[in-house]
Structures are given as structure tokens and as C-alpha cells.
Design a protein around this ligand. Sequence first.
Ligand SMILES: *Cc1c(COP(=O)(O)O)cnc(C)c1O
Length: 366
Amino acid sequence: MQFNGVLDHLKIYEAGKPIELVVREYGIDASDVIKLASNENPRGCSPKVIEAVRDEATKMNLYPDDSMYELKEALAQKYHVNESNVIIGAGSDQVISFAVHAKANPNTKVLMAGITFAMYEIYALQTGATILKTPSAGHDLAQMRDIYRANPDISLIFLCLPNNPLGECLETKEVYDFLDEISPETLVVIDGAYQEYASFKDPAKKILPNDIISKYPNTLYSGTFSKAYGLGGMRCGYGIAQPEIIKALLKLRAPFNITNLTLKAAIVALRDDAFVQASVKENFEQMKAYEAFAKELGFKTIESYTNFIVLEFDASQNSSVIAQKLMEKGIIVRNLGAYGMNAIRVTIGTPEQNKRFFECFKTLYM
Ligand SMILES: *Cc1c(COP(=O)(O)O)cnc(C)c1O
């Protein structure tokens, strides 16, 4: 069968391996499998969310409130914007896909960092747009500037702050200086999936959605409940932008794109900031253990402003072999071989999970 020709250039996105797969393939008990592959919150979510979702379960027969007023209002209050500045998606992934489909087409180009969140490229290729990446792996704004100046047909730019899968993060001031030079016709998506982490570790990297969208009306900030809030399985994310942008994205949204359980979970999660702050604090305490571990074994790391860390190996090790061996022991990490790196990305787990990772790694390699 012939399909839309743009599909010829697309690969199917490979998500982090689920625990169920390791149970099936290696016969390991599910309770012994540790997943450090998808940057989920290892502490789970706020107990208040679980309780609220349980209560909400009796309403499964009803369609959700498609205006999503309560959640938009809560986000608007938190970020000091209006409800008309907010769009909700089934994960921020969906908001990102709306942004791409609103701006990209076969006559336009999409600019991003050399190594960044894979979905930017996948969505852009769906539209037939041309992808431009900086030669350097992480965000190099001088390179982005040069590419932007040389390509007036760039309609969309992605900045992942901090960047997945590398973990680095630009300073807010550099981002603003860069935005000063971008045409109001070019949409700049600022993906803040890990902003809760970055702004805790270094306030100079904090992005304030209300500030950035008022100074630069051509920006869209995206955030998610999947990482620090611990709600990856509920699929909820949001975009914050000027109403003109939000209205364009809403044209691409199917009705009822998130469930009423999801809506409830997100609303209650937003009220429990203490849970998020405790998670983020423990994350960076545990990150130190990974840095010490890497130093001890002579692996390079990239300074991380997220809930994961990249361990880079020299030629004596092969990251795909390491990831495979760890998986056979019930520890799932992300091999970055597909990005042309000899490295793995490890989500910071609970203290117990991290301890098991270190011990297991050492039995394999010492
Ligand atoms: C996890 C992630 C997202 C979105 O996740 P959703 O679960 O779809 O909200 C977006 N961007 C980056 C960089 C991510 O790592």
C-alpha cells in the first residue's frame, strides 16, 4: 500500500522499555525491576492525587469538561497569565505536535539543537518540513543564530531548557538575547519539561512563562505533569502563549483529548507543591551520588539540571552492551547509541534504587 510520502522519512519512536518487557523476556520478578529510563518521578505522585482520582473514578461514564476550565485556571494562577493563554494536551508532547503542525510545512525549515528531544524531529518530518540541527550536540546559540540568519525559511525553533537527553541548560539571559534577534513570524517553542528541576538548581536558568510570552509574543512555553509531578501515566501537559497562538493550536485539538481522571489528577497535583519540591530536592541530593560514582569509575558526565544524568564511556566500553547487561539484571536505562553517543542516560531513582544501580554496575564491570 502507498502511504503519504513523508512517512518514508519517519522512524517509529522507541520509548523507554517498559518493566513488563523485562519481566517477559528475562523472567525477572516485576518487583525486582527498576526503571531508570524514562525520567519518571521515582517517588510516584502526591498521595492527594491518588485519593482524588479514586473518587473521580465514579464519573468515568461522563465525558470530561472539554473547556478544561478548572485546570486552565489553576495553571493561569500559578504562572500569572490568563486562561486564554493556556492550552492542555495529552502530555506536552501533544502540545508540541500542535505547534509543529501549526507552523511547519514542506516549504519551511525547523531548527533545533544537534542532540535534543526526538519528538521535535518526528513531528516536523510528519509535515514534510526540512530539519536543521546545530553541529554541536547541546544548545549552542551562536550556531543557532548563524543557521537562522542563513535560512529565512525557518518557521519554528525548539529550545529544550533543560535539554533531554543531555541534561544541560542555557541561562535565561542568553535565551532572551537570542530571542531579540528572532523574527516575530518565527515560532520559538521553549520546552520546560524539566524546569522544576533547573530552576531549583540554578535560578539563573529559570524561565518565567508570563515574562517570556509578554516580551516575545512569538514564543510558546510547554510544561508537563509527567516528570516532577509524577504523572507520566496520566498524560497531561500544557502550553502557555499569546491567545493568537493558542487559538491556532486549538484548531488542531480533538475534543476530549484528556480524560476526566487526568484533569482531576493535574488540578490536585498543582496544589501539592510541597510534594514536587521534596522530589526535586532529593533528586539533586541523589545526583551527587551518581557524580561520585562516575568519578570513581572514570566515566564522564554532563552537568545536569534535570532528573537524569548522562554517563559517557571511553572506547573500552560499549554503551549498548552496558545497557543490555543492566537490563538482564533488571535495571532499565536509556542507551544513547542512537544519538551517536557512547553513553547511557540514567534517571535518578530513589536512594535504594540508585544504590542497587551502583552495586549492579560494579559487579558487571570490576
Ligand atoms: C518527557 C518530555 C516531554 C513530554 O512528556 P509528556 O509526557 O508528553 O508531557 C517533553 N519534552 C521533553 C524534553 C521531555 O523530556
